[in-house]
Write a protein that binds this ligand. Structure first.
Ligand code: C2O
Length: 549
């Protein structure tokens, strides 16, 4: 085992986009942040020094953190924040994982600018051909002219959805935004080769479609798990998801040598949205293209329309685990427990002495099983480790409140009681539980595709559908042969998704919507996996430098 060491300094950096200069929170002054590239089986140590006056934490999104929940990162779930001037070293291994993941800050809305690629090179050769000429990280993000802390503050106090000023490819908005042509991502490629694009959606609040003009994309991996390869004109990628695609440069270059690539939102929301497009370019090298920078003709590739749920659904349906003897699909065929939880937006009356800018003068919240998640004042993991779960800090019964009425469509939010309970109740399961979680979108306020992310475990999406889940009907149609393995599932708008996992990683784990505005509103829960009987099935003790609250 090799140990790979990195040092992250969290610091402010003056960054200009759209002719707007601001102090941006960065790691080592870079935006997006530095790439972590390691090999399967490595031990990874990232020393994070907080050089600002705000708190922070860093999360290694999709890294399993087997027995090392202390290094997972979500604030108040597995650790107290790293305070200004403090250092905390995240120490974990990447055994038995390979592919594209990412890391991001997991404190308030800091991940807007504090994120980067996390690449794990496989021990074995790629299970796909042909030979890869080069690997290209493509990170989608959002640029905000405003201070994101202020935006978050508005959200907390009932502001409506607030949109960023631009989507970005590797930190660059591209020429379709004002004062932005010089900040365009351009990737040089050779004709006649195959490239591996490692695509990461690090945007705060938007699911995106992505396409490259005149080139099809062959999907080979999602969330660091190989898939059965298939070709597609475009992909849909939700915040928290990653997708590896092969791209063949088999086109005759146009006179400029440039082919645009574009990302724009997939949105089913009724609320105001940002439907702008970020554009980058593939630049073919070769006799037909000159090396001087030419102004390309700006033709946006054919992206699906913003509300194209049919495309998004067909795309998701094509994703299947590779399921070969070398990479078997480990979906639990039988379950010990099924938990049905709603995922919902809610409205609450405005607190006195405040103006609420949510729907009809009310305040927005969000919930899972009608509990709007409140982070406790110390870390849940620490409370669990020290056996404080029985204290008033936390209650260890996740509300067993499957919805009484499933058919929420058409509910009038102004007459219906849409209030939610506030709390930090947890789901607690014994080690090794084969768990099924059914995520049911309630369609309160609007049906929206929620990307639900599970920490500490990959899961298998055994079923998805529109309308209401029916435990007497839907399990018969599950895919238990080659369901996609992921860490983030886009639950269909106005529908449900059933996921299965083996809860065999002791610790406390966050489950939440990866749309940051929904996490802020409480669309989250946590679960505890108890220690197993064997000495190698217990949570390791906390590191000495674990921050305290
Ligand atoms: Cu990528 Cu809890 O997050």
């Amino acid at each position: 085992t090799d140990t790979k060491r990195f040092h992250f300094n969290l610091e402010w950096e003056e960054v200009t986009r759209l002719c707007h200069t601001k102090s941006l929170l960065t790691v080592n002054g870079e935006y997006p942040g530095p790439t972590i590239a390691v090999h399967e089986g490595d031990r990874v140590e990232v020393k994070v020094t907080n050089r600002i006056t705000k708190n922070t934490t860093i999360h290694w999104h999709g890294i399993r953190q087997y027995r090392t929940a202390w290094a997972d990162g979500p604030a108040y779930i597995t650790q107290c924040p790293i305070k200004g001037g403090q250092t905390y070293t995240y120490n974990f291994s990447v055994a038995d994982q390979r592919g594209t993941l990412f890391w991001h800050a997991h404190f308030s809305w800091q991940r807007a600018s504090v994120h980067g690629a996390f690449i794990i090179y496989p021990r074995l050769p790629y299970p796909f051909s042909p030979k890869i000429e080069a690997e290209i990280p493509i990170i989608f993000g959002e640029w905000w002219n405003a201070d994101v802390d202020a935006v978050e503050g508005e959200m907390i106090y009932g502001g409506g959805p607030n949109s960023s000023d631009a989507y970005t490819i590797n930190g660059l908005p591209g020429p379709l935004y004002p004062c932005s042509a010089k900040d365009t991502f351009i990737q040089a490629v050779e004709p006649g080769k195959t490239y591996l694009l490692r695509i990461i959606n690090a945007a705060l609040n938007d699911e995106l479609f992505f396409a490259v003009a005149n080139h099809s994309l062959k999907v080979v991996e999602i969330d660091a798990a190989y898939t059965k390869p298939f070709s597609t004109p475009a992909i849909m990628i939700a915040p928290g998801q990653t997708t590896n695609v092969l791209l063949q440069t088999n086109r005759a270059p146009d006179p400029s040598g440039m082919f645009p690539m574009a990302a724009a939102p997939y949105l089913t929301s009724l609320f105001p949205f940002d439907n702008s497009t970020t554009l980058g370019f593939l630049k073919y090298k070769g006799p037909n293209s000159s090396d001087r920078r030419t102004e390309p003709s700006v033709v946006v590739p054919n992206l699906p329309k913003m509300t194209d749920t049919t495309f998004a659904t067909k795309f998701s349906d094509k994703l299947k685990s590779l399921a070969t003897p070398q990479y078997p699909c480990r979906v639990p065929k039988a379950i010990d427990r099924r938990v049905i939880t709603t995922i919902s937006l809610n409205l609450q009356d405005c607190p006195p002495n405040r103006t609420c800018k949510g729907y009809a003068g009310k305040q927005f919240f969000a919930s899972m099983n009608n509990q709007s998640f409140v982070r406790p004042l110390m870390s849940i993991l620490e409370g669990h480790y020290k056996n404080l779960t029985a204290s008033k800090m936390l209650s260890s019964t996740f509300p067993e409140r499957p919805p009484k009425v499933f058919n929420f469509t058409g509910v009038d939010p102004l007459t219906e009681n849409m209030n939610t309970e506030f709390g930090s109740k947890l789901l607690v399961v014994p080690f090794g539980t084969n768990l099924e979680i059914v995520l049911q979108d309630t369609s309160f306020l609007n049906a929206e595709n929620h990307p639900i992310h599970v920490h500490g475990h990959n899961f298998f999406i055994v079923g998805r559908g529109f309308g209401n889940y029916d435990a007497n009907v839907h399990p018969a149609g599950y895919n238990l042969v080659d369901p996609p393995e992921r860490n983030t599932v886009a639950v269909p708008a106005g529908g449900w998704a059933a996921i299965r996992l083996k809860a065999d990683n002791p610790g406390a784990w966050f489950i939440h919507c990866h749309l940051e505005e929904h996490t802020t509103w409480g669309l989250a829960m946590a679960f505890i996996v108890r220690n197993g009987p064997g000495p190698s099935q217990v949570l390791l003790p906390p590191p000495d430098d674990l921050p305290s609250c």
